[in-house]
Design a protein. Sequence first.
Length: 204
Amino acid sequence: MITLYHSPMTRSASIVWLLEELGVPYATRIVDFRRADGSGARDPVNPHPHGKVPALTDGDDVVFESSAIALYLTDKYRKQRMGPAAGEPKRGEYLSWLAYRPGVMEPALICRRFDIKHVYGAMGWAPAQEVEEVLNAHLSSRNYFLGDEFSALDILLGGGLNFMMMAKLVAETPVLKAYTGRITSRPAFQRMMQRDAKPASAPS
């Protein structure tokens, strides 16, 4: 049985969304974590080595970090296709974009939020404006990150873009507005939002 260590309205919500899309049985365990404002504390039941979310257990397997969890789930649970398998077309593109959110998109936009100057050669990501240009260009000619096929990329990257636009960390453009409208209209996204709207003490 899959158990997701989760805190509502955080990065781990993307894994709730993915699990809803996959249609596999799972349970969520709500855990506390350390927040930027100094509140919260590391939860001893959370298997993540830094006490962050998401983390996931599936039998004897322990997986942490969103991109790793997404790859693990979409490779193992294939009844509902949510990404190309090894050896299939677009596998390399799929892996590259999976790494793009934590490796490029998120650090670039957060650095801009905290007014941290980008330094070419010293940082492993691009400046925020360049990241926005790449994302808008990529999505301007396709419905989803992989073209016409909705995948876990649209949950991890698209869900992140949706949140960052609402938080004014990303400029709203017609391309991004149309794209995020497509992905957030999905029933699995609505189910995730309903689950996260429950009080933290409610059973999942």
